[in-house]
Ligand binder design. Structure first.
Ligand code: PMP
Length: 430
């Protein structure tokens, strides 16, 4: 098959994320990837500003991750987790328990981030069922949040994001709080949490849990908010006996400058969802951690069995690579890398804030966001090709141009990315 054969077949037969078959998306074919580069079928190579949606933190084709996968595949690529266990899963669970707060004690190894959110929701609902309080089944979530595409996960996403608005009316019951207003710690004010307090005070009898992405609302708008908000949320949950779920699928493993974003607030959730960078972007794997209280609480009525058990649960290949990825991260000077990326994003992107078309420039850890005053949708017929012509891979979304590069990116490569953002802004301004 030639490149154009693949593109033609793809256009005729394949779905892509949020795609239409009548208007197939404009695509580039990638044949291999190495370091921060994606190698395209037309012979060009581009610097990846997306880390394959926050996941490839060590870049691509990493010798240690490759070797870990090769070693494991020769032993056992997969085996069912029902009634059996294995070292890759146990070793990964040990690492996750060691890295997170001592209160988080049990690990469910799911296959995707969305499923880890499903599991978190089931944990919360089953916890209350086992306590004899099955009326506590509503979930409090915040506007602007995004937690995945499966039904439970969609139920706690903000439909105003537009992604799941088709399904309004058939989703699990949720209550939306306004989004956090405090873009930074300096902006924080007690009144920011007041709408949440009012909702919890009114509905706590029927509420199971609060779910939120700590510090960064990712796919729903790339908004940042203060750690004080998380502290206040934890206090409210304690006051009203609600479970607190942190979705760190996007923020986990260093992206915000903290190994886990919740550590910035010095609070601990009852349930924690991880995914994306868990395997360094190599494979599909996610984890839901919960406290001893939640785990044993689910069985409090003597029959509580956590009702989830996917075929690829605890996949040994993915778990082995995840162990290697975590070891690689911890052995590296990742804080320094994220800090340097952050500083350069600040200085390179700041001048863009003066442009008429730019509403806001914001940076947190290794995340850089340029928010425009107009949506980019009308430009999407020429923009993808224009971006690749700049030697980069960036995927603008609505009003946003954002990057979250692999942590191994160097100064020159990052400059190519930030320069490309400036070029995009200039081209859209014309
Ligand atoms: N939660 C958050 C915060 C996410 O960013 C995502 C993915 N964009 C998910 C959940 C869903 O994860 P997955 O795509 O692996 O199902």
């Amino acid at each position: 098959m030639t490149q154009s054969d693949n593109l033609a077949f793809d256009a005729a037969h394949l779905w892509h994320p949020y795609s239409s078959v009548t208007q197939p998306p404009l695509l580039h074919e990638v044949v291999s990837a190495s370091g921060v580069y994606l190698n395209l079928a037309d012979g060009r190579r581009v610097i990846d500003g997306m880390s394959s949606w926050w996941s490839a933190i060590h870049g691509y084709n990493h010798p240690r991750l490759n070797q870990a996968a090769k070693d494991q595949i020769d032993k056992m690529a997969h085996v069912m987790f029902g009634g059996l266990t294995h070292d890759p899963a146990v070793s990964l669970a040990r690492r996750l328990i060691d890295l997170t707060d001592p209160a988080l004690d049990y690990v469910f190894l799911a296959d995707t981030g969305s499923v880890s959110v499903e599991v978190a929701i089931k944990m919360a609902l089953q916890y209350w069922i086992a306590q004899g309080k099955s009326q506590r089944h509503t979930l409090l979530t915040v506007r602007g949040g995004y937690h995945g595409d499966t039904f439970g996960a969609m139920s706690v996403c903000d439909p105003v994001n537009g992604m799941h608005s088709h399904f309004s009316g058939v989703l699990a019951k949720q209550i939306f709080a306004p989004p956090p207003q405090c873009g930074s710690d300096e902006d924080w004010h007690e009144r920011d949490i007041e709408p949440v307090r009012a909702l919890i005070a009114q509905h706590h009898d029927t509420m199971a849990a609060v779910i939120i992405e700590p510090l960064v609302q990712g796919a729903g708008g790339m908004r940042f908010y203060s750690a004080h908000y998380l502290k206040a949320l934890r206090q409210l949950c304690d006051e009203y006996g609600l479970l607190l779920i942190f979705d760190e699928i996007a923020t986990g493993f260093g992206r915000t400058g903290h190994l886990f974003a919740y550590q910035a607030a010095d609070v601990v959730p009852d349930i924690l969802c991880l995914g994306k960078a868990l395997t360094g972007g190599y494979m599909t794997l996610a984890a839901t951690l919960c406290s001893q209280q939640v785990a044993t609480g689910i069985s409090a009525d003597g029959q509580g069995v956590l009702m989830h058990g996917p075929t690829f649960m605890g996949n040994p290949l993915a778990c082995r690579v995840a162990c290697e990825s975590i070891d690689l991260l911890l052995a590296s000077d990742w804080q320094q890398s994220v800090q340097s990326i952050s500083a350069q994003l600040q200085s390179d992107l700041a001048p863009l804030a003066k442009q008429d078309l730019v509403k806001d420039v914001r940076v947190k850890g290794a995340i850089g966001v340029v928010e425009l005053t107009v949506p980019l949708d009308p430009h999407m017929d020429w923009l993808p090709a224009f971006i690749v012509d700049q030697g980069v891979w960036i995927r603008p979304f609505r009003h946003l141009i954002y990057i979250m590069p692999p942590y191994i990116i160097n100064t020159q490569q990052l400059r190519v990315l930030t320069h490309a953002i400036a070029q995009i802004v200039a081209a859209v301004s014309e």
